[in-house]
Design a protein around this ligand. Structure first.
Ligand SMILES: Nc1nc2c(ncn2[C@@H]2O[C@H](COP(=O)(O)OP(=O)(O)OP(=O)(O)O)[C@@H](O)[C@H]2O)c(=O)[nH]1
Ligand SMILES: [Zn+2]
Length: 307
């Protein structure tokens, strides 16, 4: 979601800091002085990890965001999952496999929110990872940076650490079980996240991570760890805009379709369809575009019927 800049933000009095952990009813704030303090918040106040805030006594004022990344949960509610981020690390593995469209939706959402998406293929050490890695490279090389790693053996982590160390604040998403927490621990060994042990009592699905947290990396940059989720519903992306963010459609977008509002389905003079014809865009990629397109079009109605 693009941020509309407020040209005249009123100066916020108080001590400035950044939210480094969100516990639902309280947040941990790290102040410039190095002090870390817990401040109570309303559950629906909308503060997220990465938010810059000003605190006066127990009163917290949120400062304007540079970026914010939103998703729709399985009930259709809009959730802001991170603020002031630079990079979206989409963590995937062959075990469990990403749900259909997950990677593309995450990339589309990142680009729409002005974040740089990267793909992190975890569990490189496991048997059966090779064909998966090859397929991902085949589809996404030249489109996004790809890092094939193993949180278990440490393979490939140096390259990723170097990338993140450029000073990016990154947010890792991925379905439950791909190894986000393991990855974070491997990159930042001083952390002691309890992998696969924590779960939110009474909640279905038992995500192994309960709080959202922001961490400084020893090699530079910052990382956020969040509860896993299986769905990456798009928010505020129109069917018209989808192709402009869709990974693999970049050349078609440059050569332009005859109609400015082309949806790239049956329109004459469509640059996307021409590349599909000439096999520069595979049928499979095009089908994924159409599937996400249909999903966006169905939009609200779909979420309203789901409970
Ligand atoms: N073989 C292998 N197993 C891994 C690797 N990374 C993680 N695992 C295992 O995969 C399982 C899930 O790892 P987690 O780090 O809890 O996954 P997560 O994505 O953080 O899960 P949520 O917190 O539920 O979102 C654990 O049993 C890990 O030991 C890896 O690189 N190789
Ligand atoms: Zn077109």
């Amino acid at each position: 979601m693009k941020i509309k800049q407020n040209n005249s933000p009123s100066p916020s009095p108080g001590q400035k800091g950044v939210i480094v952990a969100h516990h639902g009813i309280a947040v941990d704030i790290l102040f410039a002085s190095g002090e870390r303090r817990k401040v109570k918040v309303k559950r629906r106040a909308g503060h997220v990890v990465g938010d810059n805030v000003a605190v006066q006594e127990q009163r917290l004022t949120r400062l304007p965001r540079k970026t914010q990344l939103c998703r729709r949960d399985s009930r259709g509610s809009v959730r802001i999952i991170g603020a002031n981020l630079d990079v979206l690390g989409v963590v995937i593995s062959h075990l469990p496999l990403p749900t259909p469209g997950y990677i593309d939706q995450a990339i589309v959402a990142a680009r729409e929110a002005d974040l740089t998406p990267i793909l992190v293929i975890n569990k490189k050490d496991l048997e059966g990872s090779e064909p998966f890695i090859a397929k991902i490279r085949n589809t996404y090389t030249g489109i996004v940076d790809i890092f094939a790693v193993s949180s278990s053996t440490g393979e490939g982590l140096d390259e990723l650490t170097l990338f993140l160390g450029q000073g990016f604040r990154s947010f890792f998403v991925g379905i439950t079980g791909v190894g986000k927490s393991s990855l974070l621990n491997a990159i930042c060994p001083t952390l002691d996240l309890q992998i696969g042990q924590l779960y939110e009592a009474g909640k279905r699905g038992c995500n192994t991570t309960t709080v959202s947290t922001l961490h400084s990396l020893p090699g530079g940059g910052e990382l956020v760890d969040t509860p896993g989720f299986n769905e990456f519903g798009l928010v505020d992306i129109s069917t018209e805009d989808l192709a402009g963010y869709f990974p693999g459609f970049e050349d078609a977008m440059e050569s332009r379709c005859r109609f400015r509002d082309c949806r790239h389905r049956t329109e004459p003079g469509c640059a996307v369809l021409q590349l599909v014809e000439s096999k520069k865009i595979t049928r499979e990629r095009y089908a994924t575009y159409l599937a996400i397109f249909d999903q966006l079009e169905a939009g609200e109605a779909r979420f309203k019927t789901r409970r």
